[in-house]
Design a protein around this ligand. Structure first.
Ligand SMILES: O=c1ccn([C@@H]2O[C@H](COP(=O)(O)O)[C@@H](O)[C@H]2O)c(=O)[nH]1
Length: 268
């Protein structure tokens, strides 16, 4: 089960940090290194500090780098079998197509979990959730500035759309107990409301670092009483912490610092 694997890793290394893998060609070319060795160096440098890695699929497919994506997920599984891989693909389509997206993430790429968009409704999520040992991370309240244009709309029931997503996820879609939600660190108040709605469900939290999310407020709002329940994801602030020959060392230091910052707020 994905959630068991995740929480085991979180306990094992005492870390809620997930490093996002968002390769930008210009930055990597400037280092005079190819994509796959760059990815391996970033992973080797940060692995000790993470509970998960999160490759973002567009950052690979935009440069026709599907093979490096396949290779790097395989590399993580072979070298760091305890670290789950969340494929950030934000898929969403009718069931027959969702089945192919599920095969893409879990079959082709061998990811442990993927992110999905719930806009099409619950029937389009079951092609993913039927993979009982995999995680399905559903967008709930995204980190971007205008996420409220749709996600904060107040429904007839009186609750905002993002909370309706949280309620549906917790009460109706989670038959296989393998759903998680995405909530941006840029919205701690909404995170608190989601936590109240979904009980112990783990939440993936992007928005720390480059997007300016508030770490203290995030942990205050979303941490479970057992000190788990959150996956704090950072991409650019870690993987591009340095732009010189010591880029891997800089990434390692940024990951370790962020892990320690998270742990400081977990215990205070
Ligand atoms: O609400 C969301 C959902 C996903 N993301 C993704 O997370 C990373 C964030 O990158 P940073 O460099 O740490 O800002 C990126 O892959 C997004 O696609 C998100 O930011 N917000």
């Amino acid at each position: 089960m994905f959630i068991d694997k995740l929480e085991q890793r979180q306990r094992q290394v005492n870390s809620l940090l997930c490093v996002g893998l968002d390769p930008q060609p210009t930055k990597i070319e400037a280092l005079g290194i190819n994509l796959l060795p760059w990815l391996k160096n970033i992973i080797d440098a940060t692995a000790d500090h993470v509970c998960a890695f999160k490759p973002q699929i567009a950052h690979f497919s935009a440069m026709a780098a599907e093979q490096p994506l396949t290779d790097i997920i395989q590399y993580i599984h072979q070298n760091y079998p305890d670290i789950p891989v969340i494929l950030d693909s934000k898929r969403g389509d009718i069931g027959s197509t969702a089945e192919r997206y599920a095969e893409e993430a879990f079959g082709r790429y061998q990811a442990d979990a993927l992110t999905v968009n719930p806009y099409l409704g619950g029937d389009t999520l079951s092609p993913y959730t039927q993979y009982k040992d995999k995680g399905v991370v559903v967008l709930c309240k995204t980190s971007n500035q205008q996420s409220g244009q749709l996600q904060d709309l107040v429904l007839q029931s009186g609750q905002p759309l993002f909370l309706q997503v949280a309620q549906l996820a917790a009460q109706y879609w989670n038959n296989n107990q393998n759903i998680l939600l995405v909530v941006g660190a840029t919205y701690p108040e909404q995170l608190a409301a989601v936590r109240q709605q979904v009980g112990d469900m783990p939440l993936l939290i992007p928005g720390i670092g480059a997007q300016g999310g508030d770490l203290a407020a995030t942990l205050e709002a979303g941490l479970r009483s057992d000190g788990l329940g959150l996956i704090i994801s950072a991409s650019r602030s870690v993987i591009y912490a340095g732009d010189g020959t010591d880029y891997a060392k800089q990434a390692e230091m940024a990951a370790e610092q962020l892990k320690m910052d998270i742990n400081h707020f977990r215990t205070h």
